[in-house]
Design a protein around this ligand. Structure first.
Ligand SMILES: Cc1cc2nc3c(=O)[nH]c(=O)nc-3n(C[C@H](O)[C@H](O)[C@H](O)COP(=O)(O)OP(=O)(O)OC[C@H]3O[C@@H](n4cnc5c(N)ncnc54)[C@H](O)[C@@H]3O)c2cc1C
Length: 374
């Protein structure tokens, strides 16, 4: 099996690029070391958020936001997306001032997706919020999705488009011979004209194989889910200046995350929960929603993904070798970007170019700077 394009990594970014490249007529093979969605894509909070994004990501994020509202057109399923809104709460006047300044800056750049709200509107949206909160930023069209449903939907759509997928297949070496890549794996050798590096927390290992050392850290973000509880909140909530994201699922469970970091195993292959760090996120949630006190936690986990120093991804061609497209380093907020980044990566891989402005995502910036920190 020697495809036009070989995708390394069966997370959502690999699957999205594979699907959209196949629809452009290329033959595609996705290789996944474990099973599809084993890492970040299967452990994500699946928040669909334009709110508070780095301005460099906003063009891709705003495009993705539109796609999430009609996801069925892309993959034949809505991936459990609910436009319940995302709300960044200001817990004091200083936070509200910072949020106001950000919304003003965005408006000057012609972006009006974030709306400033005061204390009264905040309480209308979230009646159970603690009385100390003074307002926030509100994006009604944001929301959240179901990550496992999204993985299934992207996988099935990719297969329908003719993409071949091999799981339990680890890429072990890459060699460019003429206009082709020779790819050695745990399940044999393949040749392909173009490689897409969507290997998440191990994208640096892939880059290393082609002599393009990339400095990245591994994020080990944690999540905790509670028992089912009464009606607490409808939007996805974050708090300015705190590592917190908080939402209630359709089943009534509460999902708390937001960037509290777990423990990375020494071999860099897995991460486990750090109860002390997780308790900080839980306390932040209880501070916002005092009615949560007494709710039992059911399960906690940690997921792994690459993080860059400036916390925005690497998207684009290798600076070192021909025929390699990178898509990694989503730094804890790549779920929302899956449809638009997949479109751009597919264009690069099939047509060798894109009209999307990608300067901010150039791989050179992570080859040249120091190791990222959380
Ligand atoms: C706890 C947590 C919460 C998050 N919450 C949000 C959120 O609310 N909103 C948001 O937008 N984003 C969120 N994110 C981030 C988002 O989930 C990720 O950015 C996104 O899933 C990354 O997808 P990916 O395909 O790049 O990586 P992954 O899903 O990690 O896929 C990479 C795959 O590559 C495979 N691989 C690696 N090396 C090889 C090899 N040599 N050969 C073959 N396969 C290989 C791995 O096994 C892995 O399956 C969160 C992440 C975590 C961990």
């Amino acid at each position: 099996m020697n495809p036009d394009i070989l995708v390394i990594g069966g997370g959502l970014h690999g699957l999205s690029a594979a699907l959209q490249a196949a629809r452009r007529g290329a033959s595609i093979l996705v290789l996944e070391r474990h099973f599809l969605g084993r890492h970040a894509s299967g452990s994500t909070a699946a928040g669909v958020r334009t709110l508070g994004r780095d301005p460099a990501e906003l063009p891709l994020s705003l495009e993705a936001a539109q796609t999430w509202h009609k996801m069925t057109d892309l993959v034949g399923d809505d991936c459990g997306f609910k436009a319940c809104g995302q709300l960044q709460v200001a817990e004091d006047e200083a936070a509200l001032t910072s949020i106001t300044a950000r919304i003003d800056r965005l408006a000057k750049q012609g972006m009006h997706h974030e709306k400033l709200i005061g204390a009264d509107e905040l309480r209308d949206l979230v009646p159970k919020i603690s009385p100390h909160c003074v307002g926030g930023a509100w994006v009604p069209g944001d929301g959240s999705a179901d990550p496992h449903r999204a993985i299934r939907a992207f996988r099935d759509a990719a297969k329908r488009a003719g993409v071949d997928i091999i799981e339990q297949c680890q890429v072990t070496s890459l060699k460019r011979i003429g206009q082709s890549w020779q790819v050695k794996t745990s399940k044999g050798d393949f040749n392909a004209a173009v490689i897409i590096n969507a290997a998440g927390a191990w994208a640096d290992k892939i880059a290393e194989m082609v002599g393009e050392p990339v400095r990245q850290a591994i994020r080990t973000s944690m999540m905790v889910v509670t028992e089912r509880t009464g009606d607490v909140v409808h939007p996805v909530i974050s708090s300015f200046g705190r590592k917190l994201s908080f939402k209630q699922t359709a089943e009534g469970t509460l999902l708390i995350g937001g960037g509290a970091q777990g423990r990375l195993a020494e071999d860099r292959q897995s991460a486990s929960v750090d109860v002390q760090a997780l308790s900080v996120a839980v306390q932040a949630a209880v501070r916002l929603f005092p009615s949560m006190v007494g709710t039992r936690m059911v399960r906690a986990w940690a997921g792994m993904e690459a993080m860059t120093e400036d916390h925005i991804p690497v998207i684009g061609f290798s600076a070192k070798v021909e025929g390699l497209v990178h898509a990694f380093g989503f730094s804890g907020h790549g779920f929302q970007l899956v449809p638009s980044v997949g479109r751009v990566v597919a264009e690069l891989a099939t047509e060798g170019k894109t009209n999307q402005q990608l300067d901010a995502f150039n791989v050179k910036r992570v080859s040249e700077k120091g190791v990222a920190s959380c």
